[in-house]
Design a protein around this ligand. Structure first.
Ligand SMILES: Nc1ncnc2c1ncn2[C@@H]1O[C@H](COP(=O)(O)OP(=O)(O)OP(=O)(O)O)[C@@H](O)[C@H]1O
Ligand SMILES: [Mg+2]
Length: 359
């Protein structure tokens, strides 16, 4: 078992800085997900942890041991990549055991480990097949198995599910979660898929341009995004964003955007806010609720409804502000009609209009 500590990490390609002064500590046995858009430096950082990419500054520790310049093979890690990179001419059994045979491990131990990993991943009936005779999901299981047999303390996954179709992705996601529960190893998992991040992670590190924007539990990252970027990056359908001002009137505080006016006195601001501060209101569609006769209702003019299976995404205009909101199938919300809603202000987010950081 191992904790991983990244201290003041810089990574550049040529003169181009990719990862910048990054600090991150991953606890022993933790499932940490690195989440961020394409090109933000997730794989670069993961490869540095695995020793496949050199850092240009800073240190990497596994427990108390400085491994910054340790050879990848001596780091005690198992890596799984997006492309399975199996040996096409070898059987599943040979693919699984290859690394162990190269390392000169005895036959009995190899057999035991291959049996253990293949049973765990439910590929023990496929040991004689070649990769070409496997489905994508089965191939990815072999790739995971190859990392498992190496007795790693730390597993690094780089988008292992992104080549699979949606159903298989969901299945294997669950398998990886079970695997973590069974093995209790430290796992670092890179993805740009927010559902994978939210379902798998103990904590998520949301990255943008080589910098961690927020490091927190899935619930906190989703409910209390640290800035506008994190708020928009997570959530489907996406968070509504409205530019406006906060105005104090007596004991009350209002958010005002043109003719749109919302009492936000109940929002738990983390700091003192001067009146007339320019802000961005972030509102998730599920926090704008059908009013069901509530006195606090505001009336919207519905312009469009999108059925999404279990519920419906409606687009309505409230005093000039267009918001998407979720309604049930029985709520009789139809385009070109009006529809009353209430806004759950306590679950909203306010961001500073200039810096984008949460208020
Ligand atoms: N070998 C390289 N030489 C030069 N630039 C590179 C190299 N590898 C990656 N980059 C650049 O570094 C940046 C970060 O790349 P990285 O692969 O870490 O992104 P990522 O977050 O993993 O993206 P994705 O989700 O698309 O895999 C990108 O701008 C990329 O073009
Ligand atoms: Mg990548």
């Amino acid at each position: 078992m191992s904790s991983v500590s990244l201290q003041n990490i810089d990574i550049s390609y040529g003169n181009v800085p990719i990862v910048k002064k990054l600090d991150l500590t991953i606890k022993d046995g933790e499932f940490l997900v690195l989440l961020g858009p394409s090109g933000c430096g997730k794989s670069t950082l993961l490869n540095a942890i695995g020793g496949l990419t050199d850092v240009s500054g800073g240190s990497i520790f596994f427990n108390d041991k400085d491994v910054t310049w340790t050879d990848p093979k001596d780091r005690g890690i198992g890596m799984v990549f997006q492309s399975y990179a199996l040996y096409p001419t070898m059987s599943v059994e040979r693919n699984l055991s290859f690394g162990l045979r190269i390392a000169g491990i005895d036959r009995a131990t190899i057999e035991k480990k291959v049996k253990w990993a293949s049973e765990l991943l439910q590929i023990d009936h496929l040991l004689d097949r070649k990769p070409s005779a496997l489905s994508g999901g089965q191939r990815q299981r072999v790739a995971i198995g190859r990392a498992l047999v190496r007795d790693a303390d730390i597993f690094l996954f780089d988008e292992p599910l992104s080549n699979l179709d949606a159903k298989l992705r969901a299945e294997l996601r669950l398998e990886i979660k079970k695997l973590h529960k069974t093995l209790k190893s430290t796992m670092i998992y890179v993805t740009h898929d927010q559902i994978e991040a939210l379902t798998l992670a103990d904590r998520i590190a949301v990255m943008k341009d080589g910098i961690i924007q927020q490091l927190d539990t899935p619930l906190n990252v989703y409910n209390k995004p640290a800035n506008e970027f994190v708020g928009s990056f997570l959530g489907s359908p996406a968070m509504n964003k409205v530019e406006g001002r906060l105005v104090s009137e007596g004991e009350s505080r209002f958010f005002i955007a043109g003719d749109f006016r919302l009492d936000v006195s109940r929002y738990p601001f983390a700091q003192n806010i001067e009146s007339s501060r320019k802000v961005v209101l972030g509102l998730r569609p599920e926090h704008i609720l059908p009013a069901n006769g509530s006195a606090a209702a505001i009336e919207g003019q519905v312009s469009l409804v999108e059925p999404m299976g279990s519920n419906i995404l409606a687009w309505s205009t409230f005093d000039g502000v267009s918001l998407s909101h979720l309604v049930g199938q029985d709520d009789s919300c139809e385009a070109d009609r009006t529809f009353p809603v209430t806004i759950d202000v306590q679950k909203a987010s306010f961001f500073d209009a200039e810096t984008g950081w949460r208020l």
